[in-house]
Design a binder for this molecule. Structure first.
Ligand code: PMP
Length: 395
């Protein structure tokens, strides 16, 4: 069979990573590589109660096709949560349910990108978002980001240089994957001021927005959006569990109508039974208490990782202290290469993601993305100690 050209490129680009990820499930491996929540935190009995109740009360509807946009009750609940958390004023007609927020990334590629159109993104950025844009033959243009947020001079140059070929700016402003960074409020406002002068969609990925280890509550870019330019992607994967594949798009009603046209042909509808189970869970259980509990556990694991880095890594390794999210981003001194460290770490039972994977041009070969939510504090210390010894011996 002759596959489309895009398959060749996609396969070649991800081949080494796919090979590497085969190691991930190996027994006893200390795994800092994934972006997963902790499995012990899943609210199993609460979800099971919700599922039994749905099947008892409403089995026929639950086992049927649903509407493409998703069940109204859950869309209302999602809108209400967004309004409460982020000071927004959205209703169920601004929400479309997705099979994970990843589906929203794919649908956005389908919605906005003609071959050669530009998607602007943060450097570094979430690999899965860039991969979602590649099949649509997007031209990916990165803009550097620092602890305040995206570099706006650089962004303006890109917007001017590429004009109306720029269709989407993809950003993950709160506790970003992979760096854990959070944009400042001033940078968010200035970003929205700048982009509002351009006819471009802002795809705001809020996957980690609720995982904050301080008492501060961040406002999303959507809060500062005056003209319906922001398409917000949310997910229950990081605050509840990824296995139910429940995410959503929050956008203007006009945009939701356009997304609906696409989603109908992609999957007809999401899984009705899971939407009903989640809605029941949100009605009868206490999701905010659950989030508070996992934030407490993750906060301790973040502290354990930072303490271990301070203790075992040489001082010349830089790192970003994350105020939220699930990653620490650490950068080795020149002329070291994180992939060399990774190969040796894997032989010693530790795995992480090399930073180059988050740059399409692979320009940063010295960084490492270290996940801290999926391992016990003891294993975090053990793994960081092993990494520290390898780094020191490679210097
Ligand atoms: N956005 C970001 C930044 C992510 O890290 C992930 C998953 N790792 C996703 C979106 C997709 O998550 P899901 O499809 O489970 O909602």
């Amino acid at each position: 069979m002759i596959l489309a050209n895009r398959m060749k490129n996609l396969y070649e680009e991800s081949y080494d990573l796919l090979e590497m990820m085969k190691q991930v499930d190996m027994e006893g491996m200390i795994n800092f590589s994934g972006g997963f929540p902790s499995q012990e935190s899943y609210p199993i009995s609460e979800l099971s109660r919700a599922m039994v109740s749905v099947l008892d009360k409403n089995a026929k509807a639950a086992l049927s096709y649903g509407t493409t946009i998703g069940i109204k009750k859950l869309r209302e609940q999602v809108a209400e949560r967004m309004n409460n958390k982020f000071g927004l004023n959205k209703s169920s007609s601004n929400i479309m349910l997705l099979s994970g927020s990843q589906q929203g990334l794919d649908l956005s590629g389908l919605m906005f990108i003609n071959p050669g159109d530009v998607v602007v993104f943060e450097l570094p950025s979430y690999l899965g978002a860039l991969n979602a844009m590649k099949p649509y033959e997007a031209r990916l243009i990165g803009v550097h980001t620092n602890d305040e947020g995206m570099n706006l001079e650089e962004l303006e140059q890109v917007l001017k240089a590429y004009g109306d070929r720029v269709k989407v700016i993809y950003v993950n402003p709160d506790y970003q994957n992979p760096t854990g960074r959070c944009w400042s409020e001033d940078r968010k406002k200035a970003f929205m001021d700048l982009v509002s002068a351009y006819d471009v969609a802002v795809l705001e990925d809020g996957a980690y927005a609720e995982l904050s280890y301080t008492s501060e509550r961040e406002k999303p870019l959507m809060y500062y959006d005056k003209k319906g330019q922001v398409v917000y992607l949310g997910t229950f994967s990081k605050i509840l569990c990824p296995g139910i594949r429940m995410g959503w798009i929050c956008a203007s009603e006009e945009m939701i109508k356009q997304y609906l046209v696409l989603k109908t042909s992609v999957d007809l509808s999401g899984a009705t039974i899971l939407q009903m189970m989640l809605s029941e869970y949100l009605d009868n259980e206490h999701i905010d208490e659950h989030v508070a509990e996992i934030v407490k556990i993750y906060g301790l694991r973040r502290d354990a990782m930072i303490e271990a880095i301070e203790k075992y890594f040489p001082e010349s390794v830089d790192y970003i202290y994350p105020k939220g999210g699930i990653f620490v981003w650490a950068t080795l001194p020149k002329p070291m290469n994180a992939r060399d460290i990774l190969l040796r770490a894997m032989d010693n039972g530790v795995i992480f993601m090399p930073g180059e994977s988050f740059y399409p041009s692979r320009e940063d070969v010295r960084s490492m993305r270290l996940n801290f939510t999926n391992m016990s504090e003891k294993d975090i210390e053990r793994g960081i100690k092993i990494l520290g010894e390898i780094i020191k011996s490679a210097m």
